[in-house]
Design a protein. Sequence first.
Length: 435
Amino acid sequence: MNKKLFRILSIVLLASMLLSACGNAGGGSVSDEQKVLRVWIQWGDNPQQIQTLFDKYTAETGIKVEVTAPIEQDKILPALTGSTPPDVLILSGGDLAKSFYKEGLVDELSGAIKTGNIDMADMFEAPLSQCRQGDLILCLPWGTDAYALFWNKDLFEAAGLDPEKPPSTMEELVEYADKLTVIAADGTIEQIGFIPNHSWSHTDLYVRNFGGFWYSDDGSALTVNSQPMIDAMTWQQQFFTKYGVDNIQSFSSGFGEYGSPDAPFYAGKVAMMVEGEWQVGPNFIPALKPELNYGVAAFPPPADHPERAGTIVNQGTAVVIPSGAKDKDASAKLLAWMMSPAIVAEEFCFNANLPTSRKAAEDPCFKELGPKFQVFVDLMSSPNAYAVLTTPISLELNDAMGTAEERILLTGTDPKTELDAIQAEFEPKFKEAMK
């Protein structure tokens, strides 16, 4: 090499090393002013509101947070397997968290919980349980949903029922549904008392009332074909057998859109329904049908198991830290800020969703949502509050159970036969996934 060129290159290299050393003074950390944390959220009808919330973290710490919401599910996996995953990922539920952990794409959170000094005793156990896998904590619940029974008091009164007394048992609900169903002279349905899968499946709630689930309580066994599962499917099937699948489908085809003033419960076409806490919040019934005369109560248990009164099933937002996040301590501190009672209260009062923090639940803002919302808040502390249990095979299993449920309800197939087939197919997959 030319000596002059060699000397020039040496000077450039030395200067580069000096600049690098200056830039890495203090252990190579990036200043808070330069640091940017990226938060991805699967949901988010109002992205600007969420960004404004996280701007408070910037104001408190000097660390900028960039929120992207909503993120489509098909973009999450490429990001987690790529070189630039988000620093914090907020999922719609815990099932994906366990699948991602199995593939090494998200962290177990014990270290982050310790770094952020997160108060685990402040969390309601039911939503937290969706994030547990044995002794591991794979996500943290940031807000949750639960379902209860809504009934139209005016339709109750018209049917000769006490409008202030919802059915107290699942058997009584069937009796009430008969009295609340109006059949025209030509045999078509004009009003129906109850449709068990309106507006979507609620098998998780029904099977809990029958004393089981499609996993054992500790998540160690697959129990798709257990007696509670058979009972839950059989109980739902009777409504379609009694009123006729074609009649119900024809009747349902005239329903208004969900979240519109013409939705069937709002319009008085469905007398009782299972729905979530958001319905009583400012964006649904109070805005779309403020004159609606209705009540809310826990879904009733079977007559022979009154001890199951107050059963609810939580499912909702789960926060994970991607394994490829560049600064795990910074992610952990942001996660701790998100889980603080004040931030939980602010975000989920705004959305009329349930808080996962006990201290947040005491915030006056939730009481301002009214006594019907308080029914859901109170149920969070019920001894019969559960979460939707999830495992690494949840996504695939849920698809199979959804298909089986459709056949059971709409074609009248035998529940036990359908559930036995799923158990046989998925038990080997479950055992392999849980090794």
